[in-house]
Write a protein that binds this ligand. Sequence first.
Ligand SMILES: Cc1cc2nc3c(=O)[nH]c(=O)nc-3n(C[C@H](O)[C@H](O)[C@H](O)COP(=O)(O)OP(=O)(O)OC[C@H]3O[C@@H](n4cnc5c(N)ncnc54)[C@H](O)[C@@H]3O)c2cc1C
Length: 330
Amino acid sequence: MKEFELYEPQSVAEATQVLVQLGPKAKVLGGGSDLVGGIMKDWITGKGLPLPDALVDLTTVPGLNKITVGTNGATIGATATLTEIAQSKELQQQFPLLTQSVLSVASPLIRNFGTLGGNVNQRPRCWFFRGEGFNCYKKGGDFCFAVTGDNRYHAIIGGELCYIVHPSDTATALLALNASARVAGGGGERTIPFDNYFIGPREDVLRETVLKADDIMLDVSIPAPAAGTKMGWTKIKDRQVYDFAMASVAVVFTVENGTWKDGRVALGGVAPVPYRAKVVEDALKGKDIKANVKAAAAQIRTVARPMSLNAYKIDLVQGILERTILQALG
Ligand SMILES: Cc1cc2nc3c(=O)[nH]c(=O)nc-3n(C[C@H](O)[C@H](O)[C@H](O)COP(=O)(O)OP(=O)(O)OC[C@H]3O[C@@H](n4cnc5c(N)ncnc54)[C@H](O)[C@@H]3O)c2cc1C
């Protein structure tokens, strides 16, 4: 493994200072399960993906793992571990969707040290990106090997140039929950809604988020749901043990006499970003849910563009959309 300097800042200001000073040579570190255990140990590198010379460990910044839940919603610090999030009784009560999505991530051991910031900002799991000898777009190369290769787990929506799917289960749930991230960087602090946090390959094929090299996700806030809000989560995996989503659905909606008042539908495992299925939301708005859910779920077919081996995902997503909405409705 390549040598690196380890910084253990005691404040966000100190962490930012190091990141501004070192530029893209330094990377932010949460639990390290992806950055160290995946990217660095496996030498996943290329012209557009240099291995870092320095790591800035955010877990040494006091208070960055705080979880606050109140009448206005919740704020979860970026270094809160997935286990800490799963075990929060208040989060379970107010945002069961988040708890379910967190519990579907990896294994208990990984959840014990994997952080929220690391989960949302983890790099893709595409086997060509992770594989040695595939100098793909994401590493600064000029080809997407999924186009001619085994693309059974790749994108069916929004893949252009590169056909990764976003790997984070928490990001899919947080998008449905209308969350925002507070971010600190050299230019100061800003809040970014999850609707604008993730970017596809056309915008910048080397990144999956709007964060710049000196940016740190500080925490994620979720607004309090309106009384009686329905939530649902389904994740389909290729095997019964821990695995990434072949496809997942997160739904959050309000109902009046069986009619969909307002809501958000997010999909994981199907696009280079956690995907907001507005076609499904639009098809349900103001309509009786039970009578229209089948046709609404089928709307996903209008935006899907499958590759040679992954058309099965369209049927899969359509099915779990319908099932998740009906189960949440109760
Ligand atoms: C075997 C295995 C199975 C897995 N299965 C799943 C799964 O089913 N679902 C799923 O969602 N994930 C899964 N994962 C991914 C795992 O959950 C992530 O590796 C973990 O959540 C990342 O957290 P971390 O704190 O260790 O991140 P790190 O490795 O520390 O960081 C990951 C990335 O995020 C960046 N980063 C970290 N914190 C911040 C921050 N605060 N601000 C900005 N950038 C930041 C880092 O620079 C790095 O690029 C799996 C991983 C493994 C190894």
